[in-house]
Design a protein around this ligand. Structure first.
Ligand SMILES: [Zn+2]
Length: 637
């Protein structure tokens, strides 16, 4: 804390000032916060697990698999010796293309890297218990469409650097500087066309804009130049009869682009996507070049992470539920699970009381809201049933081969779900992850064991900061079911409007207040937060803390709480919340997140929320007119 700052002037600086001074960003990080530090602690635990697994064969097949995967990733010598050999077959296939119709075959071969677009399985928006096939816009290598379209000098410089990076990678593949520059130009033209045809991030917050069920014949009409028959056949889904096309405009434009462009341009595009997707698994020259652009230029990191951290992360991505199985044995006790579950139930009770007492909502909408709340599945720590990786063949000396194995496994696992009833037990985050999520179609909240760790969740600490921190995170995820996007789904996860028109209007009015509030915050240069794109997160932050506060008050109502280190219990609650956001962020990453991250920057997640809460103003006796007291406070839930 920095007690020289007035909490009513800048609560974030008051709560995090000293932390921020004492925790500069390490050279190999783009930002450094309390959650990053916890992630780092988790990585050390995972490293120990993996090094032990790699060193000794104890006959346990799960340990054997993650140990071999990690060992192959760490074997830089073998990777160096392999050189370009792991790419040879795919490069030859691209070079051998004779006709634009043949693109479908190669795209299906490169399916795991979402070249051109993304093909996967998904829950049906209007029948959530069914899994259907879906194709979505994709095929870009910068983080968002805006990176291709904005015309300010910084965006132009970034595109220039991107082109130079692509040219460098083409040269590493053996192309001459002239050919490489030309190829980079080709890719830029194609990706810019795809970016223009892509839905914006704001559009994608409206699920009704993403639902366009079509027959295969309708898809053929949409982009006749692409050979869908060959594509689905080669991808392993020959019998597919219908699917959801999230962005028909994108696929129409893709077809037009296929007609317009020449075969040579498309070869450049495929070569780039191949080497881009595999760069981090190749020799040092590729790894370093990839970091130079994606780590340094784009995010501002100064050094690449040590190899072991990258290999731990890669194992987590590829075999996360095998690694996670061993991780929870070590780092997540049944007592911790019990405690977290109890807190979740208390926050849900607080939400129930909140909904019941809302003055602006009609009884019929309340009934639906309560039904949805009661149907939320609480998933804590790790899945009940572990994923079975026995079909994945891992070799101790084949890094690229292993990566292709896990990519193929995941793709076909997803594809196998099409036409089958939904498995509601699945998770989309691995157990060691320091994060949490709500899924509107599953209507579940998920808290991996990795985030339920000290200092974020500390069974030794007093209740106030625990509720301010973990309690507010639980409230945050729960509220996503009722934010501007989540509220459009019902208890079963179906896209169905259960709001009376009047209540929907009341909701929008209240949400609009928050959108306006956050749109006023300047982050860097003259760039402000986009209050509409970040609306769901800001609604969840504010309601999350309100719910945690109510649950904490109820939990401790019979206790006599006193001050600790000069802070009242109420003050400790709010400091606990703000301190979960203590962090430092590089300027490049601030800009990147404004364009690609739906969350507001940490400073505003802390100050924006408390300045809307009378309970905060009372706790710190803030006077009207001070910066942390908004004149017209916003409140949605
Ligand atoms: Zn969120």
């Amino acid at each position: 804390m920095d007690r020289s700052v007035d909490p009513c002037t800048d609560f974030y600086a008051y709560s995090c000032g000293q932390w921020r001074k004492k925790n500069p960003i390490p050279a190999d990080e783009a930002s450094w916060g309390v959650t990053d530090k916890l992630q780092d602690d988790n990585l050390a635990v995972l490293r120990e697990i993996l090094e032990q697994a790699a060193a000794s064969a104890d006959g346990n097949p799960v340990r054997q698999k993650i140990g071999d995967f990690y060992a192959a990733c760490m074997d830089e010598k073998a990777i160096e010796v392999a050189g370009l050999a792991p790419l040879k077959a795919d490069l030859d296939r691209i070079e051998g293309l004779r006709d634009k119709r043949d693109l479908a075959d190669v795209a299906a071969r490169m399916i795991y890297t979402a070249v051109l677009f993304d093909f996967h399985s998904a829950q049906d928006y209007k029948n959530s218990s069914q899994v259907i096939a879906e194709i979505d816009q994709d095929g870009l290598s910068l983080p968002d469409r805006d990176f291709y379209l904005l015309q300010d000098p910084k965006s132009q410089r970034l595109r220039h650097a991107y082109r130079a990076h692509m040219a460098k990678m083409f040269m590493l593949l053996g192309d001459s500087p002239q050919a490489a520059a030309h190829e980079a130009h080709n890719v830029m033209r194609i990706e810019t066309a795809l970016a223009k045809a892509s839905l914006s991030r704001l559009d994608r917050r409206h699920p009704e804009k993403l639902y366009h069920p079509m027959s295969r014949a309708q898809l053929r009409q949409l982009s006749p130049s692409f050979d869908w028959e060959r594509y689905f056949g080669a991808a392993g889904a020959p019998g597919l009869t219908s699917l959801n096309v999230t962005a028909p405009g994108f696929f129409k434009a893709l077809g037009a682009e296929l007609d317009r462009g020449n075969l040579q341009g498309w070869k450049s595009y495929l070569r780039w996507h191949l080497v881009h997707a595999d760069a981090t698994h190749l020799s040092k020259a590729f790894v370093d070049a990839d970091f130079d652009f994606y780590g340094k230029t784009l995010q501002g990191a100064q050094e690449i992470q040590p190899r072991w951290k990258r290999c731990v992360n890669e194992t987590d991505i590829g075999l996360g539920e095998a690694l996670g199985q061993i991780y929870v044995e070590r780092a997540f006790s049944p007592q911790a699970k019990e405690r977290a579950l109890k807190m979740v139930q208390q926050i849900e009770e607080a939400m129930q009381e909140d909904i019941e007492s809302l003055p602006w909502m009609a009884d019929e909408t309340k009934r639906e809201a309560l039904a949805k709340l009661h149907a939320v599945a609480n998933k804590i720590g790790y899945p009940d049933k572990w994923r079975d990786y026995s079909a994945v063949k891992i070799l101790r000396d084949d890094e690229m081969g292993n990566v292709l194995q896990v990519r193929a496994f995941e793709f076909h696992r997803q594809l196998a779900k099409i036409g089958k009833p939904l498995d509601r037990g699945e998770w989309t985050m691995t157990p060691p992850t320091v994060n949490a999520y709500y899924d509107a179609q599953m209507n579940d909240i998920n808290f991996p064991a990795g985030i339920l760790q000290p200092p974020l969740f500390d069974p030794e600490s007093d209740d106030a900061p625990n509720y301010g921190d973990t309690g507010s995170t639980i409230g945050h995820e729960l509220t996503h079911g009722f934010d501007d996007e989540g509220r459009k789904f019902d208890a079963q996860g179906n896209l169905r409007d259960w709001w009376t028109p009047q209540d929907a209007k009341e909701f929008q009015k209240r949400a609009g207040c928050l959108a306006d509030q956050y749109s006023q915050y300047t982050v860097i240069d003259r760039l402000k937060i986009d209050g509409k794109v970040t609306l769901g997160e800001n609604v969840a932050d504010l309601a999350g803390l309100r719910l945690a506060y109510a649950a904490w008050k109820k939990q401790t109502q019979a206790q006599k709480l006193g001050p600790i280190e000069d802070l009242t219990p109420e003050q400790r609650f709010f400091v606990g919340y703000a301190q979960s956001w203590c962090s430092n962020t590089r300027d490049e990453t601030k800009r990147l997140r404004l364009m690609a991250d739906p969350h507001s920057p940490e400073e505003f997640r802390a100050n924006g929320v408390v300045s809307d809460m009378a309970e905060f103003q009372q706790a710190f006796r803030c006077k009207t007119g001070t910066p942390m007291v908004r004149k017209d406070v916003c409140r949605v839930w």
